[in-house]
Write a protein that binds this ligand. Structure first.
Ligand code: NAD
Ligand code: WQD
Length: 339
């Protein structure tokens, strides 16, 4: 089976390519490299000992996408391509609606035209807004607190509508919790542009000496130690969830919405402590005010993923931190090399 992986050069996409290839799938990557480096694909090629077909293009371009379908008989699409910076989405909402929502609509249109009607979509736990209770089940109320989150909600609805219009569509909506970690080789990983928004890359860059001090956003939440609690999930476990979804998707007779999380929450201070243990480095931090829009606690109930995908996360917090550190310490400047 040949799988089109949009956004395949990015953080989660690059890790998923490895597992797809190891599971016997053929892959074609489609990426405009707006938030990725071609080096990530080169490194994946080394890890899997084969070359990977990459088509550079934008999901908003019908012509770019048609080029893929003219060249390849695509059986299914794993759709990672999208913008993901929450703060930027507040400042530039139209950019997010155009890229994430319009981009997905164009992708689906071209897929349908070419009779490819299977899509696995990267949704996010952000669609639960500020949940009344945890752990979070898939049928919890949905809401969004920023344009990024709204773009994910809108795409979920668009994909459900598509199925209603044509039952031949196979749709899987995977709601990721907080992806962290890196491939155990330490050669691919998360490579944020500029100052990281997310906790794990900020911790890793502080440990390696690229950042002076980590700001812990709030220590007065109603949590174990007052800092925010999240469900961190190893990116390789997350990648495996996509392979399991693909293996089973033909049998899914209606759109499937599935949490991909571990079911375990850790606080910011617990993450710092685990990272220090894994890296042997100090992570200097200071308590700062709460970050606007943050919630106290967010973690998944992953029972449904186990039931319908036969999937559960296997890697714990020690491995997440050790693998993030291996990537960060081997590649202090990410894919840009030792500048
Ligand atoms: P990423 O930025 O590393 O990867 C996204 C990829 O998509 C990049 O390679 C980028 O160049 C590409 N891309 C963006 N817009 C494109 C366009 N218009 N045309 C073609 N390519 C385009 O992000 P990631 O962390 O790998 O996330 C992958 C997906 O998972 C995203 O849709 C993201 O919203 C979603 N997600 C991520 C997280 C997270 O915390 N990393 C959590 C939940 C959901
Ligand atoms: C985790 C915890 C922060 C940075 C975001 C998006 C979400 C999803 C994943 C895509 C929180 C605290 C963070 C720092 C800190 N992405 N923190 N200092 O906010 O749970 O989720 O990424 O879908 O949509 O909103 O992740 O890693 O930013 O924060 O104290 O420098 O770490 O307050 O408690 P978040 P995060």
């Amino acid at each position: 089976m040949k799988i089109l992986v949009t956004g395949g050069a990015g953080y989660i996409g690059s890790h998923t390519l490895i597992l797809l290839i190891e599971s016997g799938y053929e892959v074609v990557v489609f990426d405009n490299f707006c938030n990725a480096s071609k080096e990530s694909i080169k490194r994946v090629e080394k890890l899997v000992h084969q070359s990977i077909e990459v088509i550079e293009g934008d999901i908003r371009s019908r012509a770019n996408l048609q080029e893929v379908f003219d060249k390849h008989k695509i059986d299914a699409v794993i759709h990672f391509a999208g913008l993901k910076a929450v703060g930027e989405s507040v400042a530039q909402p139209l950019k997010y609606y155009d890229n994430n929502v319009n981009g997905t609509a164009v992708l689906c249109e071209v897929m349908a035209k070419n009779n490819c009607k299977t899509i696995i979509f990267s949704s996010s736990a952000t669609v639960y807004g500020d949940p009344a209770t945890t752990p979070i089940l898939e049928d919890f109320p949905l809401s969004a607190t920023n344009p990024y989150g709204r773009s994910k909600l809108m795409v979920e609805e668009i994909l459900r509508d598509l199925y209603v219009s044509d039952n031949e569509w196979r749709v899987v909506l995977l709601r990721y919790f907080n992806p962290v970690g890196a491939h155990e080789s330490g050669t691919i990983g998360e490579d944020p542009n500029g100052i990281p928004n997310n906790l794990m890359p900020f911790i890793a860059q502080t440990a390696v000496g690229k950042r002076e001090i980590l700001s812990v956003f709030g220590d007065d939440y109603e949590t174990i130690d007052g800092t925010g609690v999240r469900d961190y999930i190893h990116v390789v476990d997350l990648a495996q969830g996509h392979v399991n979804a693909l293996d089973r998707v033909v049998n899914f007779k209606e759109p499937m919405t599935i949490n991909l999380g571990t079911g375990q929450g850790y606080s910011v201070l617990e993450m710092i402590q685990s990272f220090e243990k894994a890296s042997g480095k100090k992570v200097p931090y200071q308590i700062a005010p709460r970050r606007a829009g943050d919630i106290a606690t967010c973690f998944a109930d992953p029972t449904y993923a186990k039931e319908v995908l036969g999937w559960e996360a296997k890697k714990g917090i020690d491995e997440m931190c050790a693998d993030s550190w291996r990537w960060q310490s081997n590649n202090p400047n990410g894919y840009r090399g030792l500048i």
